[in-house]
Design a protein around this ligand. Structure first.
Ligand SMILES: Nc1nc2c(nc(Br)n2[C@@H]2O[C@H](CO)[C@@H](O)[C@H]2O)c(=O)[nH]1
Length: 234
């Protein structure tokens, strides 16, 4: 057990899916895993371990924001030996061709500031997805017929962002969507030599102001989890 995760050694699989919302971890575990069992509930950040097609899988919440994700991903890697970490999250679309319910695979993730800035100082590190996972996720999305986009995204530190100028430049340079976790996941995976990918479902749109009704979120999120699981074990 670590400072923030109560799981015993061996209770967390090498493959970990990471939703921000702990209740989505519970839903995904109950929906997709066989023999899912609760392995963490410290501070209500639920984590479950079970199997998918015979493979051990853990699904663990990260909370909202890169600082919260950093706590859980550091401990999952350093204390439990996680090797493949796939964020299954939601995001806000920033391009007209990206529609609500679509899936976005984050090839890279831009930030204004991030927890790891202190390490890099003036260096602009490029947080990037593991190519093998990205390709496998893209192929799985095609097989499943899920409308999917791949490109750079924006990992913000704020939900109530006071920088419309930043959003304008990000849109101008093709950022597909905004969320608040992927960049730090990719940076930590690079630091520890692990595989990481963010598979995101678009649940709101910054241009059209459309939002996915709560009752439709679950089905849409199912596609994302399927894609992540197929990618992890391709
Ligand atoms: N900053 C930001 N985060 C978003 C947005 N839409 C979604 Br879903 N998110 C994600 O949802 C949570 C905030 O509601 C964070 O964990 C983000 O990753 C958005 O329009 N902006």
């Amino acid at each position: 057990m670590t400072f923030h995760i109560g799981a015993k050694p061996g209770e967390i699989a090498e493959t970990v899916l990471l939703p921000g919302d702990p209740y989505r971890a519970r839903w995904a575990a109950q929906t997709f895993l066989k023999d899912a069992r609760l392995i963490n509930e410290v501070r209500g950040m639920l984590g479950y371990t079970g199997t998918w097609q015979g493979h051990p899988v853990t699904i663990h919440g990260t909370g909202m924001g890169m600082s919260s994700l950093s706590i859980y991903v550091n401990e999952l890697i350093r204390d439990y030996g996680a090797q493949t970490l796939i964020r299954i999250g939601s995001a806000g679309a920033m391009q007209p061709q990206v529609k609500v319910r679509d899936v976005v695979l984050a090839m890279s993730a831009c930030t204004l500031t991030a927890p790891s800035n202190g390490i890099f100082k003036e260096l602009n590190f490029a947080p990037t997805a593991h190519f093998g996972l990205l390709k496998a996720a893209w192929d799985a999305a095609e097989r499943l017929g899920v409308p999917t986009h791949a490109g750079t995204i924006y990992s913000s530190q704020l939900f109530y962002d006071e920088r419309p100028d930043l959003q304008e430049q990000l849109q101008r340079h093709g950022a597909l969507c905004v969320e608040m976790e992927a960049a730090e996941l990719y940076t930590l995976a690079a630091r520890y030599g692990r595989r990481a990918l963010a598979v995101l479902t678009i649940s709101d749109h910054l241009l059209t102001e459309e939002a996915l009704p709560a009752d439709q979120r679950e089905r849409s999120f199912g596609d994302m989890v399927e894609i992540a699981l197929h990618a992890a074990f391709a």
